[in-house]
Design a protein around this ligand. Sequence first.
Ligand code: SAH
Length: 259
Amino acid sequence: MSADRAPGPPKGRPSFPARLTPGREPAVRAASAVARPPVSPPSARHSSNDAARWAMVRRLQAQGLTHPSVVQAMAAVERHRFVDAGLAYQAYEDTSLPIGLGQTISKPSVVARMLELLCAGQTLPLGRVLEVGTGCGYQAAVLSALASEVYSMERLRGLHDKARQNLRFFRLPNVHLLLGDGSQGYAQGAPYAGIVAAAGGEAIAQAWLDQLQVGGRLVAPVQTDNTQQHLVVVERTPQGYVSQTHEAVLFVPLKSGVV
Ligand code: SAH
């Protein structure tokens, strides 16, 4: 991984993303235990997108999402800003959508489930979190409300650039986008309070286990046989790693190298 692809840890305040509209309230803030309406720019206030997003959150709650901070974070992030304009009308349906280069933005229910598993039993905000598979940047934006720093790595330059563009609007200084092969983790930001992978490999990468802090949690899809992936949660305890296998899922494959 070359230095320009995955820069070292930011010195002082991170420079990304640029503030395009100084003085505006950020769209996402640190989560608190009480759900409250999202802070949106005036132009977006009370739009049909807001109504659709709140309906999405109510459906997630009806399906079992209970973690108040995850509920709030899902309510705060405008998912329609992460998909092509022609797909925006589907942005709040519980469906994955194409984001280019053969990849997809995960379903809202899957994002919520992964983040709920990541946060379970943890004090929020989490410390540093590593996301493997930035894609369009949606989950990184949701994570930014749950963690003090988010390091999000993508191996496809086209999507890394797209995420940078998408996230610029939200001005989230705690999100650091990295171009690199996330199966090696990102040692410069370690140890992590949480690691979440949006692509499924044949096993949990050793680098992720090494880079998880004691007390930290890792959530990743893992190929359990030729046809199936399951969500796996690994907790690093003082006594060692404790792993739990959850429901079957369908994520894009974890690949190696940078393209
Ligand atoms: N969380 C994303 C979901 C993106 S789909 C979102 O909100 O949009 C999963 C992403 O993982 C794809 O963009 C894919 O290119 C990326 N990916 C697959 N293998 C990877 C690897 N080894 N390192 C980094 N990213 C990887």
